[in-house]
Design a protein around this ligand. Structure first.
Ligand code: SF4
Ligand code: SF4
Length: 355
């Protein structure tokens, strides 16, 4: 059974080709401006030297930010499902996953089969993402691949007040001017990012075993800080960056065997910032996709769409996720103003708010 998984992320595109459950090849390429071309170039690179062609693939699953734009994919599946599925191929004992990607950070809790129980996504701010670390590497004039080991040489991490990308950059420049070493600046930033990741992980519950996926898991300085903050030794695969593509390839194998996709039981959308925690949780196990919440919300926060199994479920619209606190005054205020809200109209008690 020959299958492929392709993960079009915001910064890097990854592909994994599998034959009867074994990895035949895997590649990581830069994401270009056009997702279609990026996907074609990435799969071509993955097939190089394998003696296989795209037509030999029995099933292809696409995931990641650009997954809907992969013309040769038979199906697309969310990156959360793919990361959980991919990492449990290496470590079936993993229950807590921190996925540190190019433009967001996700904490995931899963079961032994790689089914997502709960996940939370923090994509409001670039702080702590691959894009953020690229910017800091640039400011400090250190190659991106060297910043992890540089942070490990720090003698005294400098405390950062923020990891907001804009302010942290200014703080880093100010420290540089004062003569603080680049190593101490990097260690301080890693510590601040690790604290934020810890808070994210606590929201999905931290269980043994713990892993980090995504390109940032290759950064030794960040991994050292996360090890200390979380208090657990992370299980790291040989290439944490290809885990989403690997999960997609494993789903492709499932499809060849006629198995349906697993869907997360609870999904939390939102973020924490200086003013508080703003998360809306949708229990997709309860939600039957009736759509009552969509017109009930005066801010148009919800939509109903097919999940990975083709079932209709409610979700928070992509463009609402980074400004939830601006759009929603909180369910109690909303209820007192309108006399009804998403909670009162939902017949399945599937929606919850943190604030
Ligand atoms: S509480 Fe009101 S504004 Fe907030 S999500 Fe629900 S319906 Fe929308
Ligand atoms: S009202 Fe409740 S059950 Fe209906 S789509 Fe919204 S969340 Fe799902």
């Amino acid at each position: 059974m020959i299958v492929a998984g392709i993960d079009i992320g915001s910064r890097a595109a990854k592909a994994v080709v599998m034959n009867n459950g074994a990895i035949v090849s895997s590649v990581t390429c830069d994401t270009g401006p056009e997702s279609v071309k990026t996907s074609q170039m990435t799969i071509a690179r993955a097939l190089e030297g394998t003696g296989l062609a795209l037509d030999d693939m029995e099933y292809v699953v696409a995931t990641g930010y650009g997954r809907v734009l992969v013309p040769f994919a038979n199906e697309n599946i969310s990156e959360i499902s793919c990361h959980a599925r991919g990492i449990t191929w290496y470590f079936p004992e993993v229950r807590t996953i921190l996925d540190m990607g190019g433009q967001d950070c996700k904490a995931i809790n899963c079961d032994a089969e790689g089914r997502v129980n709960n996940f939370i996504m923090n994509d409001k701010c670039a702080g702590g993402t691959g894009r953020f670390l690229e910017m800091i590497a640039d400011v400090l004039n250190i190659p991106l691949e060297k910043i992890g080991e540089a942070a490990l040489r720090s003698k005294q991490a400098i405390p950062f007040n923020t990891i907001c990308a804009v302010f942290a950059k200014s703080e880093a420049i100010a420290y540089l001017r004062k003569g603080v070493s680049k190593e101490d600046i990097l260690a301080g930033l890693n510590e601040a990012i690790a604290t934020r990741c810890l808070n994210l992980l606590k929201r999905v519950s931290i269980e043994k075993e713990f892993t980090i996926t995504g390109g940032i898991a290759k950064n030794q300085g960040m991994v050292a800080q996360l090890r200390e903050k979380v208090g657990l030794e992370p299980l790291l695969s040989e290439d944490p960056q290809i885990i989403g593509a690997l999960g997609a390839a494993l789903f492709a194998e499932d499809r060849c065997r006629g198995k349906a996709a697993a869907v997360p039981a609870k999904v939390q959308y939102g973020y924490s910032d200086g003013t508080g925690n703003y998360f809306i949780t949708i229990d997709t196990g309860r939600c039957d996709g009736c759509g009552e919440c969509v017109p009930a919300c005066p801010s148009g926060i919800f939509e109903v769409a097919a999940d990975d199994n083709g079932q209709l479920k409610a979700r928070v619209k992509e463009d609402a996720r980074k400004k939830l606190a601006l759009l929603c005054p909180g369910y109690e205020v909303c209820l007192s103003k309108l006399g009804r809200n998403c909670h009162t109209v939902c017949p399945r008690e599937a929606i919850n708010h943190t604030w």
